[in-house]
Structures are given as structure tokens and as C-alpha cells.
Design a protein around this ligand. Sequence first.
Ligand code: ASP
Length: 405
Amino acid sequence: MNKEKKKLSLAGQIFIALILAIIVGLLMQNYADYANDFIKPFGTIFLNLIKFIVVPIVLLSIMSGIVSMKDIRKVGSIGIKTIIYYLCTTAFAIIIGLVGGNLFKGLFPVLSTSDLAYEAAESTPFMDVIVNIFPNNFIAPMSSASMLQVIVMALIFGFSIILVGEKAKSVAEGVDALNLVCMKSMEMILKLSPVGVFCLLCPVVASNGAAIIGSLAMVLLVAYICYVVHIALVYSICVKTMGGISPVEFFKSQMPAMMFAFSSASSVGTLPINLEGVKKMGVSEEVASFVLPLGATINMDGTAIYQGVCAIFIAACYGITLTPAQMITIVLTATLASIGTAGVPGAGMVMLAMVLTSVGLPVEGIALVAGVDRIFDMGRTVVNITGDASCAVIVSNIESKKAQK
Ligand code: ASP
């Protein structure tokens, strides 16, 4: 009871910090440099602490999730459900983005594309992307926070602990204990979240406040409408029908994580808070600690929506109308691109290059939306982490029903 009260008050504090950050940010629009020089560094310290704890949390929580399932087949069954849900909702998200973009296309401004410059990161050949998922070194994936590689490490070690069985009992207990220690550290860091949220968001509002009202307001609005539609429709229906929980309860428990995602624009950074939120909804530890770290790395519905809306907008600026075949290509590439997007601020914009290239749109078009990327990013991260949580609720519900049979 006492604990419950404490958690609620943290959510309240984050909310107040969010509102304050917007108010102070708007007031500081003429002093954006000060906000960036003196407020942002504290946000960066907070984000750094989160980044520091996130690699051990992903590694240990996936390992302990696997070990607690005790059965490789069970891991496989949860894994398959998770991946199918992630892929389907992402494809849905990009379709919503494309439909929204097409519906409101007429209201988009047509910006000049004559002297655009955008230096796209060198694209990695597809097979290299696959090769890079697998670690070739024990330390490097952790030091460079290559989350897909960390997940592969966790899977290999987790399976091995199950297979070794009795003799690895002490290792399994060690992993559990270490996981608890990391969770405790995370809890301590999270106590700072109201301050972190304020210091991260305030400089963003101070620097971008005017740009929101600028020429891209309509595109931003359409992206946000699509984000809301996806959250309100797809996730509500899914948690209600497959998760056995009312959408109101779901969103209430999700609120702190959503607010945190909005201010930090990092799915991976939001992971610890998201874990707490789903546990409040009764999601089992083994499911939460497997599904959420995976989702924070590969499931990016908000990013997919953003890529759909931006592809339509950029095409319109170049006077190009996308054909149905091109739209299908976008659905496929944006789904893949969102898997490859890291859960850190700004990553989705880098992957937009891949989507544009797949349908022959000029990559320089990204420069049209780059200035306000952070504002797109805050919303898409909220969608990204909410999708992960909805999956955890659903998979946990299906598994517990299966166990009761
Ligand atoms: N910032 C997003 C996230 O962390 C990724 C993106 O840039 O789309 O989920």
C-alpha cells in the first residue's frame, strides 16, 4: 500500500516536471542558449546514468527471464508470440502513417527542395546488418551498447544455463541476484527522474518552441494524430481483447513511462520505468524481463508511423505521388528499418534514409524535417514503449491462461 503510494507520487512528480519544463521552456525561448548550457547538462547526467544501467539490465533481465522459464520450448513460444505481435503492430503503424499522410497531404506545405543537403550515414549492406547482430567479442557489445548483440549474448547464456541444469544452479541464482541489484540501482536512479525530465525537456522547448508553430506544424500535427490513433485504437483493442485488461487501467499504469519517454526520447532509457509499469498491471516477471528489453530494441511503431508520414511529405515537396506499389515497399522497409532503429534519441531519422532510398526518393529530403526531429521523436518514443508494454500484457495473459489449463 505504502509502496503504491510512493509510485503514484513519482508519476505525479514527473507530470509536474513535464508541465514546468514546457512553461519554463516557452518562457526561455529567447534564452535557449542558457537552457542548453546550464539546464541540459543535468538532463545529460541523468540520461548517462540510465544508459549506464541499461546494458546490465537488458543482459541480466533477459537472462533471468529465460532461466526462470526453465524450458527452452517455453522461451521459444513466448519469443514467437512476441516477434509476431511486434511485426504485425509495426506494419499496422506504418499503414496508419501512410493513410494519415495521404489524407492530410493537401494541407502539407510544399517546401523548396532546391538547396537541400543531408549527409546520409553510409548504408550498411543487408547481409552485414544480419552479421552485425552476432557478437564476436565478449566485452565490445556491452561497452558499445550494441543492444541486439547484448540480446544474443543473453539468449546464448540463458539457454546454456538451462541446458547445464543442476550444476549451473549457483550461476542461475547469481544471475537472479545480480539482476535484483541492478534493478535496485535503477530504482535509485529513477528517483531522479522528475529532475531529469525537467532538465531534458526544458531546453528542447526553449530551442524548438517557435519551430513548432513554423512551417512544419501541419506535418507534426498529422504525425501526432497518427500516434494517438495507433495508441488509442490498436493498443486499446489489443490489450482489451488479448490482454484481458481495460485500456483505462493500461494507460493509467503506463502514464509515468509515457511521460518519461516523451521527455527523454529514448525507449532504452525508458525501459526501467516501463518494467515497473507493466509489473503493476500484473505482468509476470519472466515475461516482462524478456519482452520489454527486446521491444525497446526492435519494436518501434512510432518510428514506423513517423517514417510513413515523412515519406509522403517529402515526396509531396518533390512533386512526387507515391504509387500503391511504392507504399507497399515503404511498409516493408519501414518495418525493417524500425527493427534496426536503436532506442536512443534521433535514431529513427537516420533510418528514414533507408525508407526513402527504397522508393527512389532523394535522401536530402530528410533535411526538410531534420530541424524538428526531436519533436517528432518525443511522440514516436511514447508510441514505441507503449507498444512494448501492450505486448508484455498480452503475452503474459496468454501464458497465464495456458498455465491454468
Ligand atoms: N527515439 C526513438 C526511441 O528511442 C527511436 C527513434 O528515433 O525513432 O524509441
